[in-house]
Write a protein that binds this ligand. Structure first.
Ligand SMILES: [Zn+2]
Length: 398
């Protein structure tokens, strides 16, 4: 299993969420431009056309949902591949799913239900946002300056996206909420599947790989041996576990420090033989001998890696913003979004420079990854661009 792949899959989905939120935000702004030829009636007409606008947003939302569902399906299937290499084959042109277990099918159904709920929320909030914007503009602007007021509002509205207030009282952009959730779901799912498969295969011991750039609170837990509490084991093995004071995978996965199940963590469990673990070799020697030690831990490496990921996200974000601005210019046959496009392009160059500097300062530790700075390339890299077919019936797609 490759946790970085799962991170990539989440980032690909995040780009899709970003696009979805943008599409809806742009539609709201377009609507505000309607009826400006009769400024005295603008607000009234805006309120009167609310129902048809709501219908249209719902229609767009269902297209958005279809795209998100398609990417989600692929992400879940491909992340399952990371735990079961033999079950899925990715060729030059397609993804062939030879077997999809019941639990993965159930996950797909859950994820789709969840997507539908959240896309409906996105549409509702967007319609409400539009209404408050109409109220705000009509109360604060004179009739003869209405066009300028709406024009000024446009980049702001797109920039802010669709902010949603959640049950815990926090207010976040819709996209970041979606991203956080899928990241947690995929990480946890990957670990659960691994623990289950290991139990069925009778594997007792695992080690956790060791990185030079691990999260500070995982540093004490990496490079150690763990056991699967669900696996069958002899009295001798039980005595060994007790004597060595080993922790179970379940303990460190389902509770603090959420080893391997936490978003943004690259850690992974690797199966070991009972003979090797009980041979008297130390844990660190076992981890090293099996090739699971990648450099010596230093906290500053972790910070550098996190900074690189942040730079990549920012580069992708401003590229998308520039793309959106060009698209609106094209659709409206105006240059209305040109200042925003130029500002976004400047931001892209600014973050690219930061990235170059960071990589230079961390030679030998970080490596520039251009695919991660471009949502499309990243999707190609992971295989998301391919269509897939499931061979064991159902879910047939092609
Ligand atoms: Zn970790």
């Amino acid at each position: 299993m490759n946790k970085e792949r799962i991170d990539d899959l989440v980032d690909i989905l995040a780009a899709e969420y970003d696009r979805a939120e943008n599409t809806i935000a742009v539609r709201v702004q377009e609507e505000l431009f309607k009826y400006l030829d009769k400024p005295e009636e603008w607000a009234t007409m805006q309120y009167a056309s609310l129902n048809s606008f709501r219908k249209d947003v719902k229609r767009i939302a269902s297209e958005v949902l279809r795209k998100i569902d398609a990417k989600t399906e692929k992400a879940i299937i491909l992340s399952y591949r990371e735990t079961a290499k033999d079950a899925i084959e990715v060729t030059e042109r397609e993804i062939i799913v030879k077997k999809l277990p019941e639990s993965v099918r159930a996950d797909l159904a859950d994820a789709k239900r969840w997507n539908a709920e959240k896309v409906a929320l996105l549409a509702n909030v967007a319609v409400n946002n539009k209404n408050s914007t109409v109220r705000f503009i009509s109360q604060t602007s004179r009739v003869d300056e209405l066009y300028d007021a709406v024009k000024r509002q446009m980049p702001k509205g797109i920039e802010n996206g669709v902010r949603v207030t959640y049950s815990d009282g926090s207010s976040r952009s819709w996209r970041s909420y979606m991203e956080m959730n899928i990241r947690t779901t995929l990480s946890q799912e990957a670990t659960e599947l691994q623990i289950e498969a290991g139990r069925d295969a009778g594997i007792v011991f695992y080690c956790c790989d060791e990185f030079a750039d691990c999260a500070p609170d995982h540093a004490d837990y990496q490079g150690k041996i763990y056991y699967n509490a669900e696996s069958e084991m002899s009295d001798e093995i039980r005595a060994f576990i007790e004597e060595e004071g080993l922790l179970s995978m379940q303990e460190v996965v389902n509770g603090e420090p959420y080893l391997t199940s936490r978003p943004n963590c690259r850690h992974n469990f690797h199966a070991l033989t009972v003979e090797e673990v009980m041979s008297g070799k130390s844990a660190s020697k076992i981890v090293e001998d099996n090739g699971y030690k990648f450099g010596d831990y230093e906290e500053k490496n972790y910070r550098a890696l996190q900074q690189q990921r942040l730079n990549e996200r920012m580069i992708r974000k401003y590229k998308l913003r520039s793309e959106t601005a060009s698209k609106i210019n094209g659709e409206t046959s105006t240059r209305i979004m040109s200042p925003q496009r130029e500002a976004a392009d400047r931001k892209v160059r600014e973050w690219q420079k930061r990235q170059r500097d960071l990589i230079r300062e961390n030679k030998g530790i970080l490596e520039r990854n251009y695919a991660r700075e471009n949502a499309k390339l990243m999707a190609e890299d992971v295989g998301v661009k391919y269509d897939y077919k499931v061979v064991d019936g159902e879910l047939e797609k092609k």
